[in-house]
Design a protein around this ligand. Structure first.
Ligand SMILES: Cc1ncc(COP(=O)(O)O)c(C=O)c1O
Length: 417
């Protein structure tokens, strides 16, 4: 009896010790995670975005259609993740230093995100954009403290295409830093940030303390893919507890669709991944038929904006290094009219005020739901909000000139009664 009581007492003490150990362990880990999460300034506010059920589309299709709220990132779009990854990797590799300048040729969200994130790392940002891009874009970028260079739109094959100028500015900044450093050291240094002196003229664009330049190169820099492979993809997997059937997104650089699709398919090859492609883009053909574009569509032959679409930031006529990393099962085409109608439908029914690429992604989500049938869980990306799209996508006059005035009362534009 006494032996029995002793055994129970020992067991009780052991159990409470074990319980105590797990509680302490849990809280110390939690504290560590929180500590880690809360000591990195702006960087901690990037990513870990909510994944929400888009009620109207889910109810209409009988699927769970979930949207990853990337518009909640501090710089207002999915590109904050990319800007962060590009800057962190460049700093780690020594290609960029604190006090350096990150250059990018972009009229869009990536430039805004780099301008947002760069100061958190003591860096500056220089953006080169075509001079026909909406003026409010350069105003935002300048308001964020970046410098903006507006240049004449020319073909990508021209040395003065805005992307090529941005690349050149990074080299010039390195030259500039080299010269300053060698003057300070009193000796001739021939290398800065992995850059060898090649005699570029120094630009007056850089401050005297400029520590060199780095070209972000969002299309070809695989840090873009990794931002989604290591961030967005794992978050979606965790937020759905691995219970999802499909993922769909449009591609601009291809970083999002490639990173997320690659991660999800490695976790579970049964998760189907799809592209939704806007008008004028060659990727639909590439995914479904393996052929990229006709000769007339080749980017080198086009003068400037190669896309016949109102949607912004998506559609492309070449396979970027980032897109090539993707694992796609198929593709759908989306039209401008569908994107416009979808944006109005989501605003009216869900209170979601989304940009054009997000609207196209939701068109893709409905197309996937229609092809898989009810009962499936489908995830897509809500890239940015409608705030940056007032002058075109949400401008009735502009839409009417293009014959894109929305008229749908529900989802009839996608064949849903
Ligand atoms: C608003 C917006 N949505 C979507 C995309 C496409 O994302 P990704 O470049 O990862 O293909 C971009 C790309 O610039 C964008 O600016």
């Amino acid at each position: 009896m006494i032996a029995g009581r002793t055994t129970s007492a020992v067991a009780a003490i052991f159990t409470s010790l074990l319980f105590g150990y797990f509680i302490c362990n849990y809280y110390s880990k939690k504290k560590f995670v929180n500590k880690k999460k809360n000591n990195n300034g702006l960087v901690d506010a990037i990513g870990n975005t909510p994944l929400i059920r888009i009620n109207s589309l889910s109810d209409a299709t009988g699927c769970q259609i979930l949207g990853k709220c990337e518009f909640l990132n501090p710089g207002g779009s999915v590109k904050d993740r990319v800007a962060l990854q590009i800057i962190q990797e460049a700093l780690e590799s020594g290609q960029l230093r604190r006090g350096g300048i990150i250059t990018e040729g972009s009229a869009g969200s990536t430039a805004i995100s780099i301008a947002t994130v760069a100061p958190a790392f003591g860096c500056k940002c220089h953006v080169v954009i075509p001079d026909d891009a909406a003026i409010e874009k350069s105003q935002i970028i300048e308001a964020l403290g970046a410098t903006v260079e507006r240049v004449r739109p020319v073909s990508i094959t021209h040395k003065d295409h805005f992307v090529n100028i941005a690349r050149r500015r990074a080299s010039e900044a390195n030259e500039f830093a080299l010269k300053n450093r060698s003057q300070l050291n009193g000796k001739d240094t021939k290398q800065a940030n992995g850059h060898e002196s090649d005699g570029y003229r120094h630009s007056s664009l850089f401050s005297t303390d400029c520590q060199g330049g780095f070209f972000a190169d969002q299309f070809e820099n695989l840090a873009n893919f990794r931002a989604h492979y290591e961030g967005t993809g794992p978050e979606i997997w965790e937020q759905t507890s691995g219970k999802l059937d499909a993922f769909v997104a449009a591609a601009g650089t291809g970083g999002t669709v490639a990173g997320v699709s690659r991660f999800l398919q490695e976790k579970n090859p049964n998760v189907k991944c799809f592209l939704v492609d806007p008008p004028g883009s060659g990727l639909f053909n590439k995914v479904t038929r393996g052929v990229m574009y006709t000769k007339e569509e080749a980017e080198g032959h086009r003068l400037k904006n190669p896309f016949d679409t109102i949607t912004e930031g998506i559609g492309i006529n070449r396979v970027t290094k980032n897109f090539a990393e993707g694992k796609l099962d198929g593709a759908f085409r989306g039209t401008d009219m569908e994107a416009v109608e979808m944006a109005r439908f989501l605003l009216k029914n869900d209170g979601l005020f989304l940009g054009s690429s997000s609207a196209m992604n939701c068109v893709g989500a409905v197309r996937v739901a229609q092809s898989l049938g009810p009962g499936h869980t489908i995830v897509t990306i809500l890239c940015d909000s409608g705030m940056r799209h007032l002058s075109k996508f949400y401008n009735s006059e502009y839409l009417s000139q293009l014959g894109l005035t929305p008229k749908a009362t529900a989802l009839e534009f996608l064949g849903i009664k």
